[in-house]
Design a protein around this ligand. Structure first.
Ligand code: NBG
Length: 811
């Protein structure tokens, strides 16, 4: 049921002015956007605080089961507009600002993105927070309060340069509240031995351990117009007062602060590994300790904790959770092993987000037992019991051996998460199938009942109502407002996809969004792009499997086409890239350099003119996505089939009317199922064809290079000096594609990609046909709402009770 705050514009203006005066003590006209932003944020805090208190009261009064989503990343981006939208007062506030003669957009832009995540995984976690509050389920987040989020990317001479992202700035995080009373201690290092605890029991005794204090900062998560406020808890590290003498110098203190200093953009370095493990354990231990404490306040038996608590392990980073939970139950609360294990496996569940093996974390037993000696003992015990139990059941020995936790001197975190929990899910149908038949096939054979699929979703409110307000108004105009509350009502658009006036409206909307982006491009890069061209966008992390390079190869092909035939009939295109590369990922950085140099070459060639433009937008992040995505005509989702677990930007593009250029990978397949074959452009190998190559080892990139003259010329362009200032990067690419046999099969997919792109050009020229496709994408995007995804998690994995929307109180 819809519950919006009752707030008139006049009331808002009074509240805002009062907060502003108390806080800033200057005149409104003199205030900077940042000062205005702070005052506005504090006004909003006053509005939701009573709801937050009421929510917490009612959850404990009703002893409701709570799911805790443990994730090392949360990527909400900016929170201002989301909070306003969800309170139902976005328009009121915008109107108030207009009446005050203030620029709302400037104020909104003064908020720094909360970028505590790398990409899809972190953004999904943030989406789930929004959707949990919106559906009304009691689902709380648990993560780290990094001082520095994902690095800020600058492009200098075509190269990526990484700068620290001091997102706190000097302002702090306006949305958070420090909860000192919930602080707990977390232990690292030292020695552990077992001592007599009386009554025939043993207890662990620690010596020389490092004890650190974990302090939570809570960030409220508002539901959409329902008065519900959930909590995202982020942990920070401090030195406990009683141990202060151990840290006499500033350098000593800094080493401790490092634990929550920075979000890891990758973990390929040795010294980074220890810190990363400490981060993972720190947030997991602190979260679990407080969860147990707050459960016990209800006065219920600890053996039954699974009836009131679920803990979700988002990818392997918090996968130490089952072992740490066992430690807490046994060491801290004296539970017996079997009862503790029963509770643990019922509490824990795990999502896998990739089949790429480098992302399934493994720790050397040496490092692990050094950092977490007691937890390591428990893991070894879990592993031994697992072997014994499986042996007793007569399970296939090789299978059990492949699935054990401690193996060949390594601790396999995914294995711990699976054995220590009751559910494993992939994030799109094809991904879950691959987990079952390949990546985790031995687990699937042993415990098929644990496996299930939960296709990812997105917060459509953010990508339409916030990022694309004009599109939203146009949808209102054609089908009414209902879709804003119930996204499935969007399907009514299916009735107007061939209506010429509706087509015209949606065309104009896209042109406006393109104009907005074109202005930004000109402002930030100096490149002028025409909105008559197709805006063809690929924005995502830079990774070989995502195949930005295939896109580049197609651009090179177009470049030669125009150079060969400058007078030819050509459908103009603007290729737009946004991508951060992990700082240690050399090849990815080379691709960025080549894109930028190719862009220079093409954009400055008068013979090419407006036919072709290439733009690399630096520092891709959520707030930039909000500008780029609604402006796209074509959404590039061209990963090698089987490699992209799901993708989520593909869903955002779809819902704002871009046509997807897709391989049959991840959620692209499900997008095709929703929009129909004719409204998406599919190309390339299938997953089975890819696996066939793996099995037969028959792939020969050099043969393709030698025999296909177009490919030959395109690939030579990387090394023949055509693209200036990137000789070493060009030859690195040449080697990857030809000498090292093209790991991601770009050469094989090239011709099919080129043909599909030609199809796109032809389709775009037929405006009626194109608008039909575009609008079919919008009209059928409701399947990918994260509200529905989270309902499935809540019902099928966490077994939460039906949502009970909090009563709403106006401030
Ligand atoms: C990523 C996948 C994406 C997927 C997101 C969210 C990791 C480890 N995985 O395809 O690559 O959409 O997770 O599930 O970041």
């Amino acid at each position: 049921m819809e519950q919006t705050m009752e707030l008139t514009t006049d009331q808002f203006i009074r509240d805002f002015e009062q907060t502003f005066n108390e806080q800033q003590q200057t005149l409104l006209q003199n205030a900077t956007p940042t000062e205005l932003f702070l005052a506005l944020a504090h006004t909003i805090r006053q509005y939701y605080t009573p709801m937050w208190l009421e929510r917490n009261e009612s959850l404990s009064a009703r002893q409701e089961k709570i799911a805790y989503y443990f994730s090392i990343e949360f990527l909400p981006g900016r929170m201002l507009e989301t909070n306003l939208l969800n309170l139902g007062i976005l328009d009121t506030v915008k109107e108030g600002f207009t009446q005050l003669g203030l620029d709302f957009t400037a104020v909104k832009n003064a908020e720094h993105d909360m970028a505590l995540g790398n990409g899809g995984l972190g953004r999904l976690a943030a989406a789930f927070m929004d959707s949990l509050a919106t559906t009304g389920y009691a689902g709380f987040g648990n993560g780290l309060r990094y001082k520095y989020g994902l690095f800020k990317q600058r492009i200098v001479d075509g190269y990526q340069v990484e700068l620290p992202d001091a997102w706190f700035g000097s302002l702090g995080n306006v949305w958070e509240t420090r909860k000192d009373h919930d602080a707990v201690n977390v232990r690292f290092f030292g020695n552990v031995y077992m001592a007599d605890a009386g009554e025939g029991k043993l207890k662990p005794v620690y010596s020389n351990a490092q004890v650190l204090r974990a302090v939570p900062y809570d960030v409220p998560q508002l539901g959409y117009k329902n008065g519900v406020v959930n909590n995202l808890r982020l942990w920070d590290v401090e030195i406990p007062e009683e141990y202060e003498l151990n840290y006499p110098t500033i350098a000593d203190r800094r080493r401790v602060e490092d634990i929550t200093a920075v979000l890891y953009p990758d973990d390929s370095t040795e010294e980074g590994k220890k810190l990363r493990l400490m981060q993972e354990y720190f947030m997991t231990s602190a979260g679990l300790q407080t969860i147990v404490k707050s459960y016990l306040k209800m006065g219920l038996p600890l053996e039954k904790i699974y009836e009131k608590v679920s803990v979700h392990i988002n990818d392997t980073h918090p996968a130490v959770a089952p072992a740490e939970f066992m430690r807490i139950l046994i060491d801290d609360y004296g539970m017996e092993w079997d009862a503790a294990w029963n509770a643990t496996t019922k509490v824990m569940s795990y999502t896998n987000h990739t089949i790429l093996s480098e992302a399934l974390e493994k720790w050397s037993t040496g490092l692990f037992s050094f950092v977490l000696p007691r937890v390591f003992q428990i893991i070894v015990e879990i592993d031994n019991r697992y072997m014994a139990q499986m042996g007793a059941q007569g399970a296939d020995y090789a299978r059990v051996e492949n699935t054990r936790i401690v193996r060949n001197g390594q601790v396999h975190m995914a294995h711990l998460a699976i054995i220590g929990g009751h559910s494993v899910n992939g994030v799109a149908q094809i991904h879950t199938e691959l987990l079952k038949e390949d990546t985790l096939r031995d687990f699937y054979a042993l415990t098929p009942e644990k496996f299930n699929n939960k296709t990812n979703g997105i917060v459509q409110r953010r990508w339409t109502q916030i990022a694309a307000p004009v599109l939203s108004q146009t949808i209102d105009k054609w089908i009414g407002f209902e879709w804003r509350n119930d996204i499935h009502a969007l399907r009514a658009l299916n009735d107007v996809v061939d209506n010429p006036r509706a087509q015209n409206d949606f065309w104009e909307v896209k042109q406006l969004a393109k104009k907005r982006l074109a202005d930004y491009i000109e402002e930030t890069t100096g490149v002028h792009v025409s909105t008559d061209a197709i805006f063809d966008v690929q924005v995502k992390r830079l990774h070989a499997y995502k195949r930005q390079l295939l896109n580049v190869m197609h651009i090179i092909k177009l470049y030669w086409d125009i150079k060969d035939n400058p007078e030819g009939d050509f459908t103009p295109r603007v290729f737009i890239f946004g991508a951060k590369a992990a700082p240690g990922y050399h090849f990815a950085k080379s691709i960025i350099k080549v894109i930028n140099e190719l862009a220079n070459l093409i954009n400055n060639d008068p013979e090419i003119g407006d036919k072709l433009k290439v733009v690399f937008l630096e520092n891709y992040r959520v707030s930039l996505a909000e500008l780029i995505i609604p402006a796209a005509n074509v959404s590039e989702q061209i990963s090698l089939a089987s490699k992209e677990a799901s993708g989520t930007s593909n869903m955002k593009f779809m819902m704002t009317g871009a046509v997807t250029m897709a391989t049959l990978d991840g959620a692209n397949i499900e997008i095709r199922d929703e929009v129909g074959e004719e409204n998406i452009v599919i190309f390339g190998m299938t997953k089975d064809e890819v696996y066939h190559h793996y099995e037969t080892h028959d792939y020969n990139a050099r043969y393709l290079y030698d025999t296909d003259p177009v490919l030959h010329r395109v690939i030579n362009t990387f090394v023949d000096g055509t693209i200036p200032r990137c000789q070493s990067e060009g030859s690195e690419i040449f080697d990857a594609l030809v000498t090292y046999n093209d790991e991601y099969f770009l050469l094989e997919d090239f011709q099919s990609y080129v043909a599909a792109q030609a199809r796109v050009s032809a389709l775009y020229r037929d405006r009626e046909r194109w608008m039909h496709m575009s609008m079919m994408n919008i009209a059928n995007s409701d399947k990918f709402t994260s509200d529905d995804t989270i309902r499935q998690y809540a019902e099928e994995i966490w077994h939460l009770s039906l949502p009970h929307a909090g009563r709403h109180r106006a401030a």
